[in-house]
Design a protein around this ligand. Sequence first.
Ligand code: NAD
Length: 393
Amino acid sequence: MTLSSRRGFIKCISLAIPGIHLFSFASAREAFAPGADHLVRERPSTVSAAQKKLGIALVGLGKYSTEQLAPSLLETKRCRLAGIVTGSPEKAASWKEKYGIPDTHVYNYENFDSIKDNPDVDIVYVVLPNAMHAEYSIRAARAGKHVICEKPMAVTVEECEEMIAASREAGRLLSIGYRLHFEPHNLAMAEFGQNRTFGEVKKIIAKDGMDIEPNVWRLNKKLAGGGPLMDVGIYCVQAALYTSGELPIAITAKEGRKTDLARFKEVEQSMKWTMEFPSGLVAECETSYAQEMNLLRAEAEEGWFQLNPAYEYSGIQGKAIDGPLEFPQVRQQVLQMDDFANCVMNNKKSKVPGEMGLRDVKILQAIYDAARTGQKIRLSEFSARHKKQNFLH
Ligand code: NAD
């Protein structure tokens, strides 16, 4: 069978195989087709169309909330912007006017806990600097709310564990803002890798970097927990795991030389690391706050497939040895938030749950350990503990 016929074959069979249908070529194409009610197709809902949309409160009205999440909440079908949490009275005023938010649904960081008395808010979405994720996710769970927390889930493993425990104790769902799990090109990479469409994957190359402006919280170790590794390197970790379908068993890493000591006083400027997987597959990864990079490439026994750019909000481009990968461009945040609302409505675990956020923070910490010690960090215990976890569900 040729590669392209195998790709076509997989397109057909994947619909019939339980567990992989969300990641199939065909289902991705159908689910994301313009006008398609993708969520009903993906997860048959018990909620009638007439039922209200769930209310989301955004905590932290910075760039990501302003430019991505709030506009996306105008397009979502299962949820809507119901409230805001901000320390800025000026932002509160302009958001209230722009999105028609009543005074009663506007909170600041001090009175945030009283959100428990607001039945219009079902989900709290934490979009604050990384070191604040744990506190606000835990407070939200204790207020009886379901939580979406931005990546990285938190700055320590212990915080991630506390967040999971708080949601569990409250009987509420917890999800991480991993939008690429809803993006068709990335889903195809996962499908090709995990289904061995191009044969066994031997090597993955993942790079994500940007040239960051000075004097921002992302360069403050206490608020960010680290540098580009925490912020964008996490996408390389994620991509290597969903393309391989495996967990790493060993990591080596090297921090790059700092060429801008003023900007990178507290955090790394760049990092290169290698992850070894049980099958023998190796992922070579790189992240930087001083250089633009955006690549996910898989080299397999019978050919290669790649995305460049791979992790952007839009404009993701894919190609493979046998031709281009053509999928619709989607608004990832719309699909991600609607999927979580659907999970809440149907009491189903998110496919990007807190446990996945915890897993990734463990790997990030192991990369820092490897760079600091110069030693190969073995993750056999970690990987044994997570053996049964499926990385894409
Ligand atoms: P930002 O700097 O634009 O916004 C941060 C917000 O937090 C601001 O409104 C700021 O006022 C508020 N804040 C409250 N207390 C603060 C404090 N002590 N110091 C600094 N700011 C404080 O950042 P952003 O780009 O919106 O990122 C927010 C979070 O979202 C981060 O965790 C980031 O990793 C994540 N993010 C995710 C994506 C994605 O694609 N999933 C993209 C961008 C950002």
